[in-house]
Design a protein around this ligand. Structure first.
Ligand SMILES: Nc1ncnc2c1ncn2[C@@H]1O[C@H](COP(=O)(O)OP(=O)(O)OP(=O)(O)O)[C@@H](O)[C@H]1O
Ligand SMILES: [Mg+2]
Length: 243
């Protein structure tokens, strides 16, 4: 029996046949606005509710904005940060600006994966994090696709080596069928692909578990929705894309 980590996202654990196999590093891949960041935040918040510390690595947005975004869903991490069981790693500002001075975990050179790894290691060890979300890994290799696989492997070594079960958020363009970078999809233990498609004049959200090492899982494309409570996946509602 594989040990599993429950995402706590309604419906998602069901389509994963119980949750993410422990110590897996999975890719959350999708186009713009498909709900990747929200899924990552919800995963961390749900962990905190059951006593599992977490770390959010912010590469795309100011750490202050990350907290604001979470609060929109009533996921207020302030008290957890104060208790030292949650941290936002600032891999965005490079320490520039007044707000950045108040951050505890600042990556001085966010373009250097080695520097990021050092700060994230410290944050995991301080908080005892069991869940880490990196938003997004694409930022690290968008201009240099040839290093994509090695970046992901470096992060994977750190994150699974420290015993976490983690999500790497991967951006793909609107039309791309892939998962974001050469070799990345093979380095990850699992892939959840989020999509937004126009069907009969309406945008419909759906997700598909493309792979998940160590477990069987649903092979269907499931409808999901985003509301002010976050993401809800519908295991019984299958979406058919028009081809
Ligand atoms: N309270 C809400 N209720 C319903 N939908 C919402 C709410 N808040 C955000 N959304 C939807 O979620 C989308 C943003 O989701 P998210 O930030 O997770 O996208 P993303 O996949 O991370 O995109 P990007 O790659 O651009 O960062 C918005 O475009 C909007 O459609
Ligand atoms: Mg995002």
């Amino acid at each position: 029996m594989v040990e599993r980590v429950k995402t706590g996202v309604p419906g998602l654990d069901e389509v994963l046949n119980g949750g993410i196999p422990k110590r897996s590093i999975i890719l959350i891949a999708g186009g713009p606005g498909t709900g990747k960041s929200i899924m990552g935040m919800q995963y961390l918040w749900n962990g905190l509710q059951i006593g599992e510390p977490g770390v959010y690595v912010a590469l795309e947005e100011h750490p202050v904005q990350v907290r604001v975004n979470m609060r929109q869903f009533n996921w207020d991490v302030k008290s957890y940060e104060a208790k030292g069981v949650f941290a936002v790693v600032d891999a965005f500002t490079a320490g520039v600006g007044e707000a950045a001075k108040r951050e505890k975990y600042v990556v001085k050179d966010p373009t250097d994966v080695g520097t990021i790894v050092d700060v994230v290691r410290q944050a995991i060890s301080d908080t005892g994090a069991q869940r880490v979300v990196v938003d997004s890994v694409s930022t690290l290799y968008l201009t240099k696709p040839s290093i994509a696989r090695s970046v992901v492997l470096q992060l994977k070594k750190l994150l699974s080596g420290m015993g976490t079960t983690s999500m790497l958020i991967s951006q793909v363009s609107v039309t791309e069928r892939g998962f974001g970078g050469p070799g990345v999809e093979h380095a990850a233990d699992g892939i959840v692909r989020l999509d937004l498609d126009e069907i009969d004049g309406e945008l419909v959200r759906s997700l598909i578990i493309w792979k998940m090492r160590g477990t069987s899982h649903s092979m269907k494309r499931h409808l999901f929705e985003i509301s002010d409570k976050g993401i809800v996946v519908y295991p019984d509602k299958v979406v058919k894309l028009k081809t």
